[in-house]
Design a protein around this ligand. Structure first.
Ligand SMILES: [Fe+2]
Ligand SMILES: [Fe+2]
Length: 364
């Protein structure tokens, strides 16, 4: 069965205060594509609307005209419309209902709570967390599909990679690692499944280490593309239903350098992402590849990702091996001695044992 999620229809924010509209939009983007319609600018609708947040002052004629126009565009089967009002007096609520309000909230309501209320009106049987996790996985999966289509010809769309970063961060932040994995295990392509898994583990590890938001974004970006070089490995080797022989393994081991070259050729790629793509199979004792780097030559982002990458490979099912349990995978990581930074391995183990990670399970 192929793995795909329907992308939610857009949410529409109608506002006469672009600053507040942007705030609402940032919260709404976590669950659906979102458009802002500013009452003082030309109005247009180009696609179906799932729900509307009306953040306008109904005393203003321009706001009323915009809502009249919107009502005509949406027609009789209009989606839920949530009004933000300055007053909760019955006259104000009656006026909002006259302009199509399904429900009203005070304007000071926090943006995430506004979006969650609208979401409950649209999907009463789903939780916001479920949608955020699914949206993150869907965005990421779409990205991998596009990357693996274009990378064999030598390009990666770095802007598309950037678009997938926040959905992954939100999904892990909101749902935790275990929820992410439940979604990841549904994916039927082992390479994409691995990349999704490493992205989730890396973000969860970065969050549990207390890295800044900027560094979390950096790690998510690096994780998303760490194996992009595999897009240039022949499929007969990449998807071989069995263990690779020595020649095939030599070809497979070219993927870090291929990924590095690909990212370098694709425009402005940050140094940490380039380092992760090239060095994520290097070991601190110098036994890794492709450059045989050791100790201080291996940067912190690479060390962090390498641990997530090895753990992911261990708990995944492969045609030639059963998946290891999380506990056995951690025992193997802990037994790798000088190849990995032991303090970082311990910290990774704590990430898995944290309240939001401890129900983690290997693939069924
Ligand atoms: Fe790799
Ligand atoms: Fe990997």
């Amino acid at each position: 069965m192929s793995w795909c999620y329907l992308r939610p229809d857009p949410l529409l924010i109608v506002t006469d205060k672009p600053g507040h509209g942007t705030c609402l939009s940032a919260a709404a983007q976590r669950i659906a594509d979102c458009r802002i319609l500013v009452t003082a600018q030309p109005w247009s609708l180009s696609s179906p609307v799932l729900g509307v947040i009306a953040d306008v002052d109904l005393k203003q004629s321009q706001a009323r005209a915009c809502l009249d126009w919107l009502g005509e565009q949406l027609g009789p089967k209009r989606p839920p419309i949530l009004f933000l009002t300055d007053s909760t007096a019955s006259a104000a609520l009656r006026e909002a209902r006259a302009y199509g309000a399904t429900a009203c909230l005070p304007r000071y309501t926090e943006a995430r709570a506004v979006v969650a209320s609208l979401f409950r009106m649209i999907h009463p049987s789903e939780t916001v967390t479920d949608v955020i996790v699914r949206r993150g996985a869907s965005r990421t999966s779409d990205l991998f599909e596009d990357m693996f289509k274009t990378a064999p010809a030598g390009t990666v769309d770095l802007a598309a990679v950037e678009d997938a970063v926040d959905p992954v961060l939100s999904a892990i932040e909101e749902g935790g690692l275990a929820r992410w994995l439940d979604v990841v295990w549904e994916h039927d392509d082992s390479t994409f499944q691995h990349c999704l898994l490493v992205a989730g583990l890396t973000v969860a590890f970065s969050q549990s280490l207390g890295l800044s938001r900027v560094d979390q974004r950096l790690m998510a970006r690096a994780a998303l593309v760490h194996d992009i070089g595999k897009a240039q490995i022949p499929l007969a080797i990449l998807n071989k239903p069995g263990k690779l022989d020595a020649d095939e393994m030599a070809v497979m081991r070219t993927h870090p350098a291929l990924g590095y070259d690909l990212l370098k050729a694709s425009g402005k790629c940050d140094p940490a992402t380039l380092a992760v793509a090239r060095h994520h199979h290097e070991m601190l004792d110098g036994s890794g590849y492709p450059d045989g780097l050791s100790s201080d030559a291996i940067a912190d982002p690479v060390r962090l990702l390498t641990i997530c990458d090895i753990y992911a490979a261990l708990i995944e099912r492969r045609s030639y091996k059963a998946p290891f349990s999380s506990e056995d995978a951690m025992r193997i990581l802990g037994g790798m001695g000088g190849k990995l930074e032991s303090a970082l391995v311990d910290a990774f183990g704590k990430t898995l044992l944290s309240p939001r990670g401890k129900s983690i399970r290997a693939v069924a």
